[in-house]
Write a protein that binds this ligand. Structure first.
Ligand SMILES: [Ca+2]
Length: 557
């Protein structure tokens, strides 16, 4: 393989020398030495389930390897903690209000500026393989793309269907992370080796419905995972919205933890509906699933019938079922990331390839009693970011600078030697890659969540729209439609259990952060809230459970 690479490069240079003016030779040489970029993205991956992050509950050897050989970002925030908006921000380097993807129902403007197209123009060979999950397929953002199709762009874990840039559609037998990895490695094998590459390998795991590969279904059978200290948060210091959201483990039905009829139940009632995650499996895959999950689901039904899944007992049980399937899907993901890294090693590509691992956003894995994202609280606001860049990033670097998902695009443009356009809102990360925080680095980050409700219409998950600002110590959250606020001192209260907005000793800091929020809204040109209401989708029967909220404004202005 190395031989082929050398021959091809030499051929390219020779042809360039013979046929082209001197400028073209320089361009070819420059391209040959530009670093390759492998961007690996997962979906809903919480920091505490990555071995390299503090207090992790599992090991993830491949992702941990990237962290040990590169840098781990301790403060990588998203601007709007929900899937499609995060993905649009990564592509554009802009907050949701600037790229138009405010919520999951917003349509992607495929003509708008995005960094992969610019890398393509600058001589990179570019590809996206895996989960795109933005409403509206890509067009020419990537030179080649093959994306998961179906189920609203989510795709399935088993036997997924892909649609491609050439217009074809293909159902592939097998498991999601294995197939995306095969396709990614295959693309690397057949790429034009005279050009540097940008490959975005984007996985569905560990997004719901968390269905592990058969080889990991039995993992952690006898393990009891530690519960987060805030699992039984009573929300006592917070705004009433917080206790009312529909993302609690305590309210999770069997569907949410993969409970499905057992083999004997299907035999007795062959007409009953099969959950989607099972329906997509072939008979051998389904048999393997039943073998492992039937005993667990019989136990679930027995406990439920005996009234043992009520109250805290139910939460203890549901948490273990939820977290085990969550980390089992991560086991498959990590293994497949290892296969891509091994390919880079075998082909000598590792030394000149920047490898980045991230997730579209963070996730609550039981913290505050939840299994979701969306909030500005730390677990969903913060996403993992790990970057290996041989020769530039020292192994074992830890980066504490406040960084945000608007920064990916300008960072990769800078890698490729492309000037960052003014319209891009993020900052190139290069100045913080040494682990120090330059004096002129940003001091705070903006958060905006638009997919929630207003007083006129309850939003998805019964959660209100909100925005806020976080610096290295404090966090201010504005529920602007209701004129109420929350304020947290993260140095004293990292788990955000104590809203101190009304405490006189914080009045000065609250006022300062209100000013900062206004300044950031101006800096990022956030329009007035009435212009920023995405289409609110109906949310099943959940609206029936909504209680009337009595909200007392704590806005003194
Ligand atoms: Ca997601």
């Amino acid at each position: 393989m190395k031989m082929t690479l050398k021959l091809r490069l030499t051929d390219a240079l020779l042809i360039a020398l013979l046929l082209s003016p001197l400028g073209a030779v320089h361009a070819a040489e420059t391209n040959a030495t530009k670093p390759n970029i492998l961007f690996i993205l997962s979906d809903d991956h919480a920091l505490r389930t990555i071995g390299a992050y503090p207090d992790s509950i599992i090991k993830t050897p491949s992702i941990d390897r990237l962290a040990h050989e590169g840098a781990i970002f301790n403060n990588w925030f998203v601007g709007n903690s929900i899937c499609c908006p995060c993905r649009a921000t990564l592509l554009t380097g802009k907050h949701s209000c600037a790229n138009g993807v405010l919520g999951n129902s917003s349509t992607w403007n495929t003509k708008q500026w995005s960094y992969p197209r610019e890398l393509g123009k600058a001589g990179y060979q570019t590809a996206l393989i895996g989960k795109w999950h933005i409403k509206g397929n890509p067009t020419d953002e990537f030179q080649h793309w093959e994306i998961l199709n179906g189920l609203g762009g989510q795709g399935s874990y088993y036997n997924p269907t892909f649609v491609s840039s050439d217009g074809s559609s293909q159902k592939v037998e097998g498991y999601e992370t294995d197939i995306i990895t095969d396709k990614a490695v295959d693309w690397l094998k057949h790429r034009d080796t005279a050009k540097p590459f940008l490959l975005c390998a984007q996985f569905k795991s560990p997004h719901t419905p968390r269905t592990p590969p058969a080889r990991h279904m039995k993992d952690y059978e006898d393990v009891t995972f530690p519960e987060p200290p805030t699992l039984f948060d009573d929300y006592s210091t917070r705004q009433p919205f917080v206790a009312d959201v529909w993302m609690k483990l305590s309210g999770m039905t069997g569907d949410g933890i993969g409970v499905a009829p057992t083999t004997e139940e299907f035999a007795a009632h062959p007409q009953q509906r099969m959950p989607e995650f099972l329906a997509v499996m072939n008979s051998a895959q389904r048999a393997a699933w039943h073998e492992v999950y039937d005993p667990r689901n019989r136990e679930y039904q027995e406990l439920k019938a005996a009234g043992k899944l009520n109250g805290k007992d139910g939460v203890h049980y549901i948490y273990q079922r939820f977290i085990k399937d969550y980390v089992r899907t991560i086991a498959g993901l990590d293994e497949d990331i290892g296969r891509i890294l091994a390919y880079l090693d075998e082909t000598g590509l590792s030394s000149n390839t920047i490898v980045i691992y991230s997730s579209d956003q963070g996730f609550f894995t039981g913290e505050h009693g939840w299994a979701e994202k969306r909030w500005m609280y730390e677990e969903s606001f913060k996403a993992p970011l790990i970057m290996r860049w041989p020769g530039t990033i020292k192994p074992g670097t830890r980066i504490d600078a406040l960084t945000q998902n608007i920064d990916l695009a300008p960072t990769l443009l800078t890698v490729a030697g492309i000037p960052v356009p003014k319209e891009v809102q993020g900052l190139p990360l290069q100045p913080v890659l040494g682990g120090n925080i330059p004096a002129d680095w940003r001091k705070d980050v903006l958060y905006t969540y638009y997919d929630g409700g207003t007083p006129a219409a309850r939003g998805e998950y019964n959660m209100p729209r909100h925005m806020g600002v976080r610096d290295d110590r404090y966090k201010l959250i504005s529920f602007y439609d209701y004129k109420v606020w929350e304020f947290y001192d993260l140095q004293k209260d990292l788990r955000e259990l104590n809203n101190v907005y009304d405490k006189p000793e914080y009045a000065k800091e609250v006022a300062r952060l209100k000013e900062r929020l206004n300044a950031l809204k101006e800096q990022y040109q956030v329009p007035a809230p009435p212009q920023l209401v995405p289409k609110i989708r109906k949310n099943g029967g959940q609206n029936q459970k909504a209680k009337e909220r009595i909200i007392t404004s704590n806005d003194s202005e």
